[in-house]
Design a protein around this ligand. Structure first.
Ligand code: PHE
Length: 540
């Protein structure tokens, strides 16, 4: 660590810097302006304060070097925040690109899965697929980073009432594509009818006053579109079989499905996923591809990333860290005062490291979620022209799980559709197929919903995240007992090694988890640096 000795703050420097106003007070002030006191910095992004210039000078004088493993969102965000505060940072990245799981596949993108064959994307110029993260909820800190970094956002259509439910082997509605709005309106209608019946048969008298029952009935009548006898007989909420138009065209409302048929189909069970907190509209995507985010962060870190650097060992030294890595076939070392390791646990558990036995055991017992996606480039946007589906997604119980229509390039000719995005067993099954089999399988299932699927198909690119080197999984998958037994261990630094990544958060499977965890690691490192300097001063 000789390279940084000259930069280490001397007692005199430190006193000159802060002594006049009292060390602790100045340190406190510096921490405060960095937003590092209390939890306000992390409660929400709006309260995050950029460090003041004077604090940057002070942090600079501390001359601390932080070696960061991985140039995904957590690694880039750590480096970005630390360098804003004047730390010396360097990222070691195994790939030749930044982003990690934030990966946009375009024409020419190459990938070889573990035990797989090489794929080269044949997407046209301007066509792309976000193979990893693809949507950003409006409350996530990711949005604030986009603002700060100038990453342009557009709406991502997470919910489209015109898209379909399509289920197999579930009674009379099987093998029928049904617009989401029909199932939603019918379900609400029948539930409203039943509840209003119960409310008016004194069944709810214990819970509600007679006035409340009246108000509830009025609400149910509106929400379920009940008729004057409080029966559900259909509504325009569910759309039309013939749209209203000019002249003598009032439009025709379709006939509702039978409630028992809907219940048997299970379609109504998909509805709740649309209003889970992180999936509610609005959600967003960067214009032109999700990798705009890592690219914008990378631009803030010129010369600070070594690509093609595969970590071999992570070591603790008496007063810092030492990372052994391989680059261009050569073994090298990088020392630092601290290390932030963002390598997914699925990969990290196989890297020799000076971790406690508790930590090694924790990593061994935590699993990662298998997940897969395929991008289909189609010659024409038949979903827009034939189905009038402008973005959003079709939901099915087939193992493609869902079809995503692009939320960009509306009305243009071609488009990339996500032909499957699945989890668990379906992801394992499709991941185990050859690239050609995946394509064929997903095309055949999609063709049950869209008649032009096969004829308009041009090319595909598929990814099984559990078979991608340096990831080996989509995201961490904690059980309740993992959170209790292992998660606290991961949150403790191993000497001067701190972990960051979506796996160090309660926002797993989201970029926001990576960003937030980076901010926690940066805060902890900065607090420790300030404290150690403070005690050095006192001891001196
Ligand atoms: N964030 C990922 C996505 O939106 C994974 C995820 C799916 C997380 C569903 C939560 C719920 O697809």
């Amino acid at each position: 660590m000789t390279e940084k000795l000259d930069k280490v703050v001397t007692r005199r420097d430190f006193l000159n810097q802060v002594g006049k106003v009292g060390g602790a007070v100045a340190v406190y002030g510096a921490m405060d302006s960095l937003g590092l006191l209390g939890s306000s910095m992390f409660a929400n992004a709006a309260s995050f304060n950029a460090p003041k210039k004077s604090d940057l000078v002070m942090a600079n004088k501390m001359g601390k070097k932080v070696v960061i493993l991985g140039a995904g969102i957590a690694g880039l965000a750590s480096a970005y925040e630390l360098s804003k505060a004047g730390y010396d940072v360097h990222i070691l990245e195994a790939r030749d690109r930044t982003g990690g799981r934030n990966w946009t596949v375009r024409g020419g993108t190459e990938e070889t899965e573990i035990n797989g064959v090489k794929q080269v994307s044949k997407f046209d110029k301007g066509q792309y697929m976000n193979a990893g993260p693809a949507r950003i909820p409006q409350h996530h800190v990711t949005i604030d980073y986009c603002r700060e970094l100038g990453v342009e956002l557009e709406a991502f259509t997470n919910v489209n009432e015109a898209a379909y439910y399509y289920q197999e082997n579930v009674g009379p509605l099987s093998n029928t594509k049904i617009r989401k709005r029909e199932i939603k309106a019918d379900t609400r209608g029948y539930v409203a009818e039943l509840l209003s019946k119960a409310a008016n048969q004194t069944a709810l008298d214990e819970n509600l006053t007679s006035q409340d029952i009246e108000r509830l009935t009025a609400y149910l009548t509106r929400d379920g579109a009940l008729n004057s006898s409080r029966k559900y007989t259909g509504t325009s909420y569910r759309g039309y079989t013939e749209l209203p138009g000019a002249g003598l065209k009032p439009g025709t409302v379709g006939t509702p499905y039978k409630f028992s048929q809907i219940l048997e189909s299970g379609m109504m069970n998909h509805i709740s996923s649309e209003y889970s907190f992180d999936q509610q509209m609005m959600v967003f995507q960067p214009v032109g591809g999700m990798d705009s985010i890592p690219k914008a962060l990378e631009a803030k870190l010129p010369g600070k990333i070594t690509f093609g650097a595969e970590v071999q060992e992570i070591r603790q030294t008496s007063d810092g860290t030492r990372v052994v890595y391989k680059v261009n076939g050569k073994t090298k070392e990088m020392t630092g005062d601290y290390c932030i390791c963002t390598i997914p646990l699925s990969v990290l558990k196989n890297i020799p490291a000076d971790f406690s036995s508790e930590m090694i055991n924790a990593m061994k017992n935590i699993s990662y979620a298998p997940t897969g996606k395929i991008g289909f480039q189609f010659k024409n946007r038949f979903w827009e022209t034939e189905d009038r589906i402008m973005g959003g997604m079709t939901t099915t119980n087939m193992d493609i799980n869902q079809i995503w229509y692009p939320s960009y390039g509306y009305l243009s000719q071609k488009g990339v559709v996500i032909g499957y995005y699945n989890f668990g067993q379906a992801a394992l099954d499709l991941g185990n197929m050859t690239i050609a089999q995946r394509e064929k399988h997903a095309l055949a299932q999609g063709a049950k919903i869209h008649k032009s699927y096969t004829s308009e198909f041009e090319n595909s690119f598929s990814v099984a995240w559990h078979k991608i080197k340096y990831n080996e999984g989509g995201w961490v998958s904690y059980t309740a007992s993992d959170r209790q037994n292992y998660y606290p261990i991961l949150n403790q630094p191993q000497g001067r090694i701190y972990l960051a990544g979506e796996h160090l958060s309660y926002l797993t499977a989201w970029m926001a988890g990576a960003f937030e965890s980076a901010r926690v690691a940066v805060t902890q490192i900065h607090e420790r640096t300030l404290q150690e300097n403070d005690s050095k001063v006192k001891a001196g």
